[in-house]
Design a protein around this ligand. Structure first.
Ligand SMILES: Nc1ncnc2c1ncn2[C@@H]1O[C@H](COP(=O)(O)OP(=O)(O)OP(=O)(O)O)[C@@H](O)[C@H]1O
Length: 235
């Protein structure tokens, strides 16, 4: 088997609020292989979102290491840290606040197709709109005009736009924070199907949620984060 797509090695994260240190994530080890879906449950404030941000190499850990495809994601350069990902769009994140994670001044087509720009293909505005229309249909938003602005969409629709944006560049990994929280049962089932399809295509997926049933249905392996510590996987 090759290197894990995403890996945390003894990762800890500490926040200082009002001068008081608070350990949000404690010595977590986690490795996710290509095509694997890992679910992480746990109570509010357990550190799940913090863990996802570190898996996506958005935020560096204070202790331990994040590895992507067998390479350290953060390198010390001078006095600071430099982020290194194997390629643009290697890991795509879907955050908990879908409207807030879309640029409010961009039409939906632009947000959905943005990850493709970093990968190099020169696409006309016309092509980008058509591609966005296809991907919107795949996430159950065939009725949404790609020229719509985020403010014209519901929270659940924004959540699906964010998922289309994550899927479009066929990333090596997707990390998703409560990806079905704003959706009705049918739409949620559609998202679960899309994530499964992505995993069958080789994408490593980590989903955090309070919804234990959804995690049980979706994931190959479900674990829990409690007070920043990962408990033993249940399967
Ligand atoms: N940027 C930050 N600065 C200070 N404290 C933070 C920061 N981000 C998170 N925390 C704290 O770290 C802890 C874990 O937060 P986190 O959002 O990771 O939990 P969570 O399990 O995702 O919670 P929820 O399920 O409610 O979203 C919380 O106590 C939170 O207040």
């Amino acid at each position: 088997m090759g290197d894990p797509v995403l890996e945390l090695r003894q990762v800890s994260k500490l926040y200082r609020t009002g001068g008081h240190p608070f350990v949000a994530v404690r010595q977590v080890d986690l490795a996710v292989a290509a095509g694997e879906i890992v679910g992480i449950g746990g109570p509010s404030g357990a550190g799940k979102s913090t863990l996802l941000r570190m898996l996506a190499a958005i935020e560096p850990p204070d202790r331990g290491e994040v590895w992507l495809a067998g390479e350290a994601a953060w390198r010390r350069v001078g006095g600071g840290l430099r982020r290194r990902v194997p390629r643009p769009g290697y890991v795509m994140a879907v955050f908990q606040d879908p409207p807030g994670s879309l640029d409010p001044y961009w039409p939906v087509w632009r947000s959905v197709t943005e990850p493709l720009i970093a990968l190099g293909p020169r696409l006309s505005r016309h092509d980008r709109r058509n591609l966005a229309r296809d991907w919107l249909a795949r996430v159950g938003l065939a009725q949404v005009d790609p020229r719509a602005m985020p403010a014209q969409l519901s929270v659940g629709q924004c959540q699906r736009v964010a998922l289309a944006r994550a899927l479009i560049a066929q990333p090596a990994a997707i990390v998703a924070d409560e990806p079905t929280s704003a959706l009705d049962v049918t739409s949620g089932a559609g998202i679960i199907r899309l994530l499964r399809e992505a995993a069958m295509g080789g994408t490593a997926i980590v989903v955090v949620s309070h919804d234990q049933r959804m995690l049980d249905v979706l994931a190959d392996r479900v674990t829990r984060l409690v007070d920043g510590r990962l408990t033993d996987p249940r399967s």
